[in-house]
Design a protein around this ligand. Structure first.
Ligand SMILES: [Zn+2]
Length: 347
C-alpha cells in the first residue's frame, strides 16, 4: 500500500508540473493551484491518508509530500511570473530608451602578455605551435638530455598520470613540466630551417606562495638553422625584452647549465617593480632572472634524427606568469589565478 502511495505522489507531481508549465493564463493557473494544492486539492487529500501508515513510513512519505508541494508551488509561481512578464512586454515598449549593453569582457593579464610576446616573435618570423599538457616522459625529459637517472629531473618535481588498469608503463605519461617537450617532436616533423615558439601551461609539484605556483604559463622557442651563433641568441633575447619592457631596461647575461643546451646562459633584467631600488620580488638585488637559454645540445638534434654537424641553433624559455608580474608590477603570483573580477578589471 505504501509503495502505491509513493507512486501516486510521484505521478501526481509529474502530472501537475507538466500541465502547470504549459498554462498560458492566470485564471487557469489559479484553478490548477486549487486542484493540486488547495484545501480540497489532490495532494491535500493524499496527505490525509498519512496518519494511517506506520511511523517510519509516515515520516518518509511526509517529507516526500512536502517536497512535492514545494515543487508544485514553485512551478506555479514561476509560470505566473512568466505570464506577467509576457504581458508587460506586449503592453509597452519605449523605443527611445538607450539599450542595456552587456558588460565588456577583459583579457586576463596572462592572455595580454601571451598575445604581445607572440606578436613580437611573429615579427621575427617564428611560427607558433601548440603544446600538449599531457606528454610522454620521453619527450618531456629523455629527448632533452634528461635520462631517467638525470639529477636535473629533480628540479622539476613531476605529476605523473595514474595509468593503473591500462597498458601504459607506470611513469610514462605525465603533465608537461616544460613546453620544451615539443622541441624534438617539432624537429622531427618540420624540415629545417625552423623558427618556432611553443606557448603552453606547465605543471610542477610545488607549494603555492607569492612567487611559486604548481601550474604556470611558459613560452619556449628555438631556432634550428645553419651558422647560428651565441650572438644570434643574445641579440634575440635583448630585442624581445626591450620590445616587451621598454628600451630603458638593463639586461645582463650569466653562464649557466641546462641539460638540453650547451653552453647555457641566464638572462637577467633590471627589476621593473622597484626600478632597481630593491624589493622582495628581486630579493633586494635589483635584478630578476627572466630568460634561461642556450645553444641546443648536439645530442638533442641527434635524437630528432638530424645531423648536429650540419644543423645547430638556440633555445630559450620565457616564464609568462613571471613576465606578466614584471610587466604589470604585480607583487604576488597568486593574483594571476585569483578569480576575483575586480582584480582582472585593472588590466
Ligand atoms: Zn625589485
Amino acid at each position: 500500500m505504501n509503495k502505491s502511495m509513493e507512486e501516486e505522489l510521484i505521478r501526481l507531481k509529474n502530472d501537475a508540473l507538466a500541465i502547470i508549465w504549459q498554462t498560458k493564463n492566470l485564471a487557469d493557473l489559479e484553478n490548477l493551484r486549487i486542484k493540486f494544492v488547495g484545501k480540497k486539492g489532490k495532494l491535500t487529500l493524499l496527505l490525509k491518508e498519512l496518519p494511517k501508515l506506520e511511523i517510519s513510513e509516515r515520516k518518509r512519505l511526509g517529507i516526500l509530500s512536502n517536497d512535492i508541494k514545494k515543487a508544485i508551488e514553485q512551478a506555479i509561481s514561476e509560470t505566473k511570473q512568466k505570464i506577467l512578464g509576457e504581458k508587460t512586454e506586449q503592453k509597452w515598449f519605449d523605443v527611445t530608451l538607450p539599450g542595456i549593453l552587456p558588460p565588456d569582457g577583459h583579457l586576463h593579464p596572462i592572455t595580454h602578455i601571451l598575445h604581445e610576446v607572440l606578436d613580437i616573435f611573429k615579427s621575427l618570423g617564428y611560427q607558433t605551435t601548440e603544446t600538449h599538457e599531457i606528454q610522454t616522459d620521453f619527450y618531456n625529459f629523455t629527448s632533452l638530455n634528461m635520462p631517467a637517472d638525470s639529477p636535473s629531473r629533480d628540479t622539476q618535481a613531476t605529476f605523473y598520470l595514474d595509468t593503473r588498469g591500462t597498458k601504459v608503463t607506470p611513469g610514462e605519461i605525465l603533465l608537461q613540466t616544460q613546453v620544451t617537450s615539443m622541441q624534438v617532436p617539432i624537429m622531427k616533423k618540420t624540415k629545417p630551417p625552423i623558427r618556432a615558439v611553443m606557448p603552453g601551461k606547465v605543471y610542477r609539484v610545488d607549494s603555492v606562495d607569492p612567487s611559486h605556483a604548481f601550474d604556470f604559463w611558459q613560452i619556449d622557442g628555438f631556432v634550428l638553422d645553419k651558422n647560428i651563433h651565441m650572438t644570434d641568441l643574445l641579440g634575440t633575447i635583448e630585442y624581445v625584452l626591450r620590445k616587451l619592457y621598454g628600451q630603458e631596461i638593463k639586461i645582463r647575461f650569466d653562464a649557466t647549465n641546462f641539460s638540453f643546451v650547451e653552453p647555457g646562459v641566464q638572462a637577467y633584467m633590471s627589476c621593473t617593480i622597484c626600478k632597481q631600488k630593491g624589493c622582495p620580488f628581486c630579493k633586494h638585488t635589483g635584478w630578476v632572472e627572466i630568460l634561461p637559454a642556450g645553444m641546443i645540445h648536439p645530442s638533442v638534434i641527434k635524437t630528432a634524427g638530424l645531423n648536429p654537424k650540419e644543423w645547430g641553433g638556440f633555445a630559450f624559455d620565457l616564464g609568462l606568469s613571471r613576465a606578466a608580474v614584471l610587466k604589470y608590477q604585480i607583487n604576488d603570483l597568486r593574483v594571476l589565478t585569483n578569480p576575483d573580477l575586480r582584480i582582472l578589471r585593472q588590466f
